[in-house]
Design a binder for this molecule. Structure first.
Ligand SMILES: [Zn+2]
Length: 116
């Protein structure tokens, strides 16, 4: 019975590890459910999917590309952590736009009214 718990916990943790390493999709969930020890080993051997991780960060709206080195940095950064150049002024329009988007989202939420 204990082996079943270990197997279930592993099968639940493995897709989380996969998404943190930039591998998404139902394929990884099925792979983990069927053979999670092998899937986990597979994830440790595979390089991180940096393109997918960057895409997820950029889609979140909390990250942008540095205007100098094009690496992904936090929207609130004043200095790029990778090239060391100041980015506060260049990122000000992006920060203002993100703030505008956030306010629009906030304003839309209370409009969900119950039916008559
Ligand atoms: Zn940079």
């Amino acid at each position: 019975m204990n082996y079943l718990y270990i197997y279930v916990i592993g099968a639940l943790i493995c897709p989380v590890v996969a998404s943190q390493r930039g591998y998404y999709g139902i394929g990884w969930v099925i792979y983990s459910l069927l053979l999670w020890p092998l899937a986990l080993l597979h994830l440790l051997v595979l390089p991180k999917n940096r393109a997918a991780i960057e895409r997820r960060e950029l889609d979140s709206g909390e990250f942008v590309r540095c205007p100098h080195c094009a690496e992904v940095i936090k929207l609130g950064a004043k200095v790029c952590r990778l090239c060391g150049r100041e980015v506060a002024e260049e990122l000000a329009p992006a920060r203002a736009y993100r703030e505008f988007e956030r306010r629009v989202e906030e304003a839309q939420e209370p409009n969900i009214s119950p039916g008559p």
